[in-house]
Design a protein around this ligand. Structure first.
Ligand code: UD1
Length: 443
């Protein structure tokens, strides 16, 4: 076992600089789907809620995990890594958190600006320590992304919130108090933050208009294993009975539905067949239905294996609109647009969650796609062929949409700024190469 960060964490030392993809190969094979980054981040933060050890397994090897680990270490939390298995590259799959001594309840700007999920520490720190100081994250590539819902919910739970010098200063006298909270907008992060805080509050908290994503259910499962009393997770009404103390637990992180959906599109766009290992169908609700309309088949061939292949000769155009779960995930919008870029006809793609999430459009157009975007709507007219080009990754999901387009483009595509991809996709190039993709990693 090793103490974080004494080992250069996970596989991040393999940072890629650029990808060179030669398109035209059908992808066939099996891809292991990792634990969900978006589940792992709040789960890591949940360790703050107890002075006993929290063990998470199935931790993905992506750079956002390292960023969160660095933040937790800076608070005084001990992290040990286990799951050593050099042959299978499993070092660090298991992380053990020890928050028996939180010395510094502050999240500085340098860390928060790198990753907005840092705001998750606000609720747990308030609940456990009675105070927290967290930098405001500021805007990001896909939109303004305010944190007002997180702050209002903490106020409802009895916290005093002041904004000073770009920081949120939050404090509470004694314990947080259970409350009825009506979110004016569905927010995954605000639901998670509030759910964590409420586990240690005095009395009952009821969340209305809560997010229903699989990552919320996963967090609730882990919190329950730690002794929390939560019901209704996965529905818009979540009820939390506060308890005085949480305890040690071991939890396996749910599969990454966005990674699974991305590789499902890789199978469909290249007319190949990929088995996604480690994932159950229910997590793909909302996306599966639209992939099927586009001409893909998704079959649960084993309890944790989904086989994806294309069954229509040509990709069918499908219009989608992004919505909170169980709607079509905004984190799959860019990838779906790449699929539609080579469909047999026109479709529309509407982005309703984030206001600036079409950064991939102009890059796809540089590869020969016929896409026009107007505000939150993109009109995609499928073309018979895309052509390779040098393109720029702009955010995590936009980057991977360029990879998918490159897999079917004629000629060579070079994708720059791969650090975006590495925030959320573990060994993406290796996994695609193992299925027959022609990809070189340029360092
Ligand atoms: C999470 C995911 C992200 C995904 C998003 C939507 C993590 C770590 N990230 O982000 O990958 O794209 O859900 O599925 O899980 N909003 C406010 N005020 C707030 C909070 C959010 O107005 O206080 C708005 C946002 O700007 C956005 C919408 O609510 O328009 C939904 O955002 P939210 O669900 O909170 O996204 P995140 O939790 O940040």
């Amino acid at each position: 076992m090793a103490t974080y960060p004494s080992i250069s964490h996970l596989s991040i030392k393999l940072f890629m600089k650029k990808l060179l993809i030669r398109g035209g190969k059908k992808l066939n094979g099996t891809i292991e789907i990792t634990g969900a980054k978006n589940a792992a981040l709040p789960l890591m933060v949940a360790s703050i809620l107890t002075d006993e050890k929290l063990t998470l397994t199935n931790v993905p090897h992506v750079s956002d995990i390292s960023t969160m680990a660095n933040l937790l270490v800076s608070l005084g939390i001990g992290i040990e890594m286990d799951g050593m298995d050099k042959d299978h590259g499993n070092q660090g799959r298991v992380l053990i958190f020890n928050a028996s001594n939180i010395s510094n309840p502050i999240a500085p700007y340098e860390l928060v600006r790198k990753m907005r999920a840092s705001i998750f520490i606000l609720g747990p720190l308030l609940a456990r320590m009675g105070k927290a100081k967290v930098s405001l994250p500021g805007g990001c590539a896909i939109g303004t992304r305010p944190v007002d819902l997180h702050l209002k919910a903490m106020e409802k739970l009895g916290a005093k919130i002041e904004i000073e010098g770009g920081y949120v200063n939050a404090s509470v006298e004694g314990r947080l108090k259970g409350a009825e909270i009506n979110f004016e907008k569905v927010s995954v992060g605000a639901t998670e933050n509030t759910m964590m805080a409420a586990t240690l509050a005095e009395g009952e908290t009821i969340l209305h208009n809560a997010a229903c994503e699989p990552e919320i259910i996963d967090l609730a499962n882990c919190l329950r294993a730690m002794g929390a009393k939560i019901s209704g997770d996965g529905t818009p009404r979540v009820v939390i009975q506060g308890v005085e103390k949480l305890h040690a637990a071991r939890h396996k992180i749910v599969a990454d539905r966005i990674e699974a959906g991305t590789y499902a599109i890789a199978a469909g766009i290249t007319d190949g067949c990929i088995r996604l290992k480690g994932v159950e169908m229910w997590v793909l609700t909302g996306v599966k239905e639209e992939l099927e309309k586009a001409g893909l088949s998704l079959t649960q061939v084993e309890p944790d294996v989904i086989e994806v292949k294309r069954i229509s000769k040509l990709i069918q155009p499908v219009s989608i609109s992004t919505h909170p779960y169980p709607g079509f995930a905004t984190d799959m919008q860019a990838q779906f647009m790449s699929l539609m870029a080579v469909a047999d006809g026109a479709s529309t793609i509407e982005e309703t969650i984030f206001e600036n999430r079409f950064m991939h459009v102009m890059e796809l157009v540089r590869m020969g796609a016929n896409i026009e975007s107007h505000g939150s709507l993109a009109v995609v007219k499928g073309v018979a062929k895309l052509t390779g080009a040098e393109v720029m990754a702009t955010d995590l999901r936009a980057s991977v949409s360029l990879v998918l387009a490159a897999l079917v483009a004629d000629g060579e595509t070079i994708i720059n700024r791969l650090y975006h991809l590495e925030r959320g996709y573990e060994r993406l190039a290796d996994k695609l190469i193992a299925c027959g993709a022609d990809i070189s990693i340029l360092y």
